[in-house]
Design a protein around this ligand. Structure first.
Ligand code: NAP
Length: 427
């Protein structure tokens, strides 16, 4: 939005903003609850739209709120000022949001996928038609990371943004920290409704990379396709890795991290070793955490509930309150950017082998061929020799060199599975 553009007169006058909720699910119903219970000044819920709307009707919603499945009629209606899109996914949410913005309405959404893939186009559309697009709930649910970066830290310039952006992975990994294995913890996460029947979006890192791409644009001013961000799944992490991580004064978390290093932009998502003294290690269960590193202000940590109906709806309603009070979003002067996968960082490599003499020597030789220095070798006692896990940590080395070495190491017959390689965060 151009910085000097003022909000529509309705938002500043005595008439409340008339709000249509699209999607009455977990977040939509919570947003309705908050709007109706707290009655924030300047906001009035007028419509709830959902498919099969009859089964959605709730007796705590006043009778003057219109329940409908006619989305287009609401979008065409002059009696709606703001569409709150809480259905999720790229379509039909994208079509609704485009249409709302094209008719001069404002849109509030929690839809990270839509914003990650189409946010720039949609912001331009909003600006062209005098509306506003706010998506404070799209990253880290109820934690005000986006307004924090856009407003609270507008005076700084960021070198790095990193964090725990997926509550499902954090639930799984912080449970595994207590000794459980991946499969039963995933099953528990599914039983509690934290993980989908197909958990790929979460455990493979796709959800976190969509959120990271949004943070990269806002904090690092870098426009990237989420798919250009390398992701690694958490699925190969085992309980034994937490034991070895502890020996290294670390734990393991799914980290989404982007930074500018030596003029290059690096970004990656995956399980990483996090030092126990890092705030990132303190986040447990479904919590989210984001750390920004400002050039002037240093580190700032945001933490709290990254998901859930009420916390996420608080972020949605906060966007609405800001709209009603005429707060402006700050224009982000971002530019397309290319991501490098070449980093120089230390790594943790866990092997599972059928033991025999000379394995470590051979691995050390293959690493040395790529000029990679061993740092430590860790082997816990009491494992069967035909299924022996052990760990090698290496000093900071280039990603490409480690990949070449691991490709050669991967050919060794004694390996029972491909080595698990995780970056070790240095602070
Ligand atoms: N839940 C969270 O903790 C959380 C956190 C951060 C962000 N978000 C984001 O918030 C948004 C909503 O998530 P949610 O958890 O509230 O989802 P949800 O519980 O599945 O609710 C989505 C609602 O939208 C309706 N809907 C979906 N597709 C529709 C379609 N094509 N036509 C009409 N209605 C449709 C659904 O109707 P049916 O009942 O018929 O399926 C449902 O009522 C998503 O973008 C999500 O990524 C959620």
């Amino acid at each position: 939005m151009p910085e000097n553009e003022s909000l529509s007169p309705r938002t500043k006058g005595s008439n409340p903003l008339r709000i249509a909720l699209f999607g009455f699910g977990t977040v939509g119903s919570s947003a309705a609850r908050i709007l109706l219970e707290s009655q924030p000044e300047g906001l009035k819920l007028t419509h709830v739209a959902n498919r099969g709307v009859a089964r959605k009707k709730a007796d705590w919603v006043p009778s003057d709120v219109v329940w409908t499945e006619e989305f287009d009629a609401v979008l065409d209606s002059p009696d709606v000022d703001v569409v709150v899109e809480l259905a999720g996914g790229l379509e039909p949410a994208g079509t609704w949001v485009r249409k709302a913005l094209a008719t001069g309405k404002s849109v509030v959404t929690a839809n990270k996928k839509l914003i990650a893939y189409h946010g720039i186009e949609l912001e331009k559309l909003a600006a062209a038609h005098g509306g506003h697009l706010l998506y404070g709930a799209a990253v880290a649910g109820g934690i005000p990371v986006i307004p924090g970066i856009e407003h609270g830290l507008a005076g700084d310039r960021f070198d790095r943004v990193e964090g725990i952006l997926n509550g499902t992975c954090n639930f799984i990994l912080s449970k595994m920290e207590q000794g459980a294995e991946y499969a039963p913890v995933l099953a528990e996460a599914q039983a509690r409704g934290y993980a989908e029947a197909n958990p790929s979006e979460d455990v493979d890192g796709f959800d976190a990379r969509a959120k990271l791409s949004i943070l990269m644009r806002l904090a690092l001013k870098a426009e990237v396709n989420p798919e250009a961000i390398e992701t690694r799944p958490i699925t190969q992490v085992a309980a034994i890795d937490f034991g070895y991580a502890k020996d290294l004064n670390c734990t393991i978390r799914q980290i989404a991290r982007a930074e500018r290093v030596d003029g290059h932009l690096a970004a990656t998502v995956g399980p990483m070793l996090v030092p126990l003294q890092s705030p990132l290690a303190w986040s447990k269960g479904t919590e989210n955490m984001v750390m920004t590193t400002g050039h002037y202000g240093g580190e700032v940590v945001f933490s709290g509930h990254g998901a859930g109906g009420h916390p996420t709806a608080v972020a949605v309603v906060s966007d609405l309150v800001n709209l009603a009070h005429g707060s402006k979003r700050i224009e982000v002067a971002s530019a397309p950017a290319t991501i490098t996968t070449e980093l120089e960082v230390p790594h943790y490599i866990r092997f599972l082998v059928n033991d025999r003499p000379g394995i470590v020597a051979r691995i050390a030789t293959l690493l040395a061929t790529e000029k990679i220095n061993l740092n430590a070798i860790l082997q816990k006692p009491n494992f069967p020799l035909d299924r022996l896990p052990f760990v090698i940590t290496v000093e900071p080395c280039r990603t490409s060199a480690l990949r070449r070495a691991l490709a050669e190491i991967g050919k060794m017959e004694c390996l029972l599975e491909l080595p698990l390689d995780m970056q070790i965060l240095e602070k």
